[in-house]
Structure formats: C-alpha cells, structure tokens
Design a binder for this molecule. Structure first.
Ligand code: FRU
Length: 296
C-alpha cells in the first residue's frame, strides 16, 4: 500500500460507553471517509484519565499534524494539552473543555444556556414563574467536568429565583452513568417522601433515575428532564413519555474534523465554535422521529 499523503490527526476520546459517544465517533468517521487522504488515529481512554494522558503522549511522540481531544475531565487533562501545544501541535478540544487557552479551538454546546433552558422548563412544569412549587433532585454528571458544572450553574441561576422550589439530597457524582443515577435515585427515594422533578445532566442518567422511580412505584408523580437528545435515546424516551423533555447537546465529531482540516489548509477558524441546542418536548420528539423514518 502507498502511504497516504494527507495529514495525520490524532483523536483522543474519553470513553465510548454512552451512545452519545458512539454517535460522536460515527459522525467523525463518516466525515473522515470523505477525505481519503487524511489518516485519523483514534484512541479510546475507557473513562480513565491516566489512559487518556498516555494516549495524548503517544500522539505527541508521533508528531501528528493535529489533535482532537474530548477530555474525560477538565483539570487533569490540561497539562498534556499544554505539552502538545508546546510541541507545536494544534489542539482542538471537543465537548468538555480544559483549563488553558493554549488550544487552537474549542467546539461544544453552551452548557450554561442548556442549564438555563432546563431551568425554565422546570419552572413551567412546577407552576410557572413566581408561582412554581416543588422539590427537585439534581443528578450530576462528572463533577470535575465543565459540562456538568455549567449545566448545574445555568439551571440554578433560573430555578433559585423561585422561592417555592427546594432541592433535595446532596450532590453525588454519577459520572454520566445510568446505573449510578439509578443507585442515587433509589437512595433519595428512600429518604424523601416527596420529589416532583428530577433534573439529570444527561439522558442516560435521567432514564436511570426514572427506572429507579418506576421500580419503587413512584414514577407517576415525578417529571424527568435530561440533556443530549440523541434519537436512539433521549428523543425516544421523550416521545414515550418517560422524560418530559430533553435538550439537544449536539455531538461535535464531524465539525471537529472539518475545523481541523480547514485549519491545516491554512484557512481562518474561530477560537470557539458553539454548537446549537433546542428544547425537545413530546411534539418535537415525534417530529424528529417521523423525519428520520422518512429518510431513505
Ligand atoms: C457522554 C456524555 C454525554 C454528555 C457529555 C458531557 O460521555 O456523558 O451524555 O452530554 O458526555 O461531556
């Protein structure tokens, strides 16, 4: 085989457990397939910060032309990102940001805005602005990640204006995982006779919390909100009435690769690229799924 002449791009993925990540990778691969001259080296850190640092070191050693990284956690991955920048490798950070501006571009959703949108939705469900009443349980993703912190901050910014709303339970790190949210929810159901709404930082955890409530016979009285809105999970769960709504958190893989290639071709790119979001309620969920069915 003749060696490819185009750029070599390292892609360091935090994990591939959640379907959101699989879609992310799939879209990146599909974009790569349109550029046969490009080589993409993919590394999956399997939820391990140490592994992800090793993966990054490997890309630096290999002197790849650019790196795309979706970090497991923000602070811990920052030094190796700086190391790549020191080695002259442009770094594109996707989804979970790091704590340095020595990156070429950040691509992701506006998690604070998503948190605020979820907050407004919760206030409406609980009786409307100024009149909302109820008990909310918040299910955290990874506490050491920017998306979780921003989803928390945005939600609280809106909801804390409501004197009739209270939060129950202590913050628990559920690491974005459905089974950990299931456990956290069982625990809080045991302690709290009344919960009106669950706000989970992603859809798999919203679903896990719902399963726990269902298993305890308490799902009927509780509204569940999630984030991600991928068709195979959140959108279906909203359509089926399991979740009241989810908020789109667009996967950044295809755009990430396009931006890196643009940059390597010498074209100007933005420092930050904010991906769109939208509220997905039941009607919107039905529309999205119907449109997909009609696709060839
Ligand atoms: C997948 C995921 C998504 C979430 C994102 C946040 O690993 O947990 O569900 O929106 O990461 O970084």
């Amino acid at each position: 085989t003749t060696p490819r002449k185009g750029p070599v791009i390292g892609f360091s993925q935090a994990t591939t457990v959640e379907p959101w990540r699989l879609l992310f990778n799939e879209e990146l691969r599909a974009e790569a397939a349109r550029h046969p001259e490009v080589t993409v080296l993919m590394a999956d850190a399997n939820d391990s910060v140490a592994q992800q640092v090793t993966d990054m070191e490997g890309f630096i050693k290999r002197k790849v032309d650019a790196i795309l990284i979706s970090p497991k956690e923000s602070a811990e991955l920052t030094p190796v990102v700086i190391k790549a920048a020191d080695a002259g490798i442009p770094v594109f950070v996707l989804d979970r940001n790091v704590e340095t501006d020595r990156i070429t571009q950040f691509i992701g959703g506006d998690n604070r805005a998503i948190g605020r949108a979820a907050g407004h939705y919760a206030v409406q469900l609980l009786g409307g602005e100024g009149k909302a009443r109820g008990m909310i349980f918040e299910v955290w993703g990874g506490m050491k990640t920017r998306p979780s912190q921003d989803r928390h901050d945005g939600f609280h910014e809106v909801v804390e204006r409501e004197p009739g709303i209270r939060f129950v339970g202590q913050p628990v790190d559920c690491d974005w995982k459905q089974h950990l949210a299931y456990e956290a929810m069982l625990d809080i159901l045991d302690k709290e006779p009344r919960i009106d709404l669950v706000y989970a930082h992603n859809d798999p955890m919203a679903y896990g919390a719902w399963m726990a409530a269902r298993d305890e016979g308490r799902a009927e009285g509780i509204a569940f909100l999630g984030i991600d809105g991928i068709p195979s999970e959140g959108v279906r769960w909203v359509r089926d009435g399991v979740l009241s709504a989810t908020f789109l958190y667009k996967t950044p893989g295809d755009e990430g690769l396009r931006q890196a290639l643009k940059f390597l071709a010498g074209e100007p790119i933005a420092r930050t690229l904010t991906l769109p979001t939208e509220v997905i309620d039941r009607q919107r969920a039905e529309e999205i799924l119907a449109a997909r069915k009609n696709q060839p």
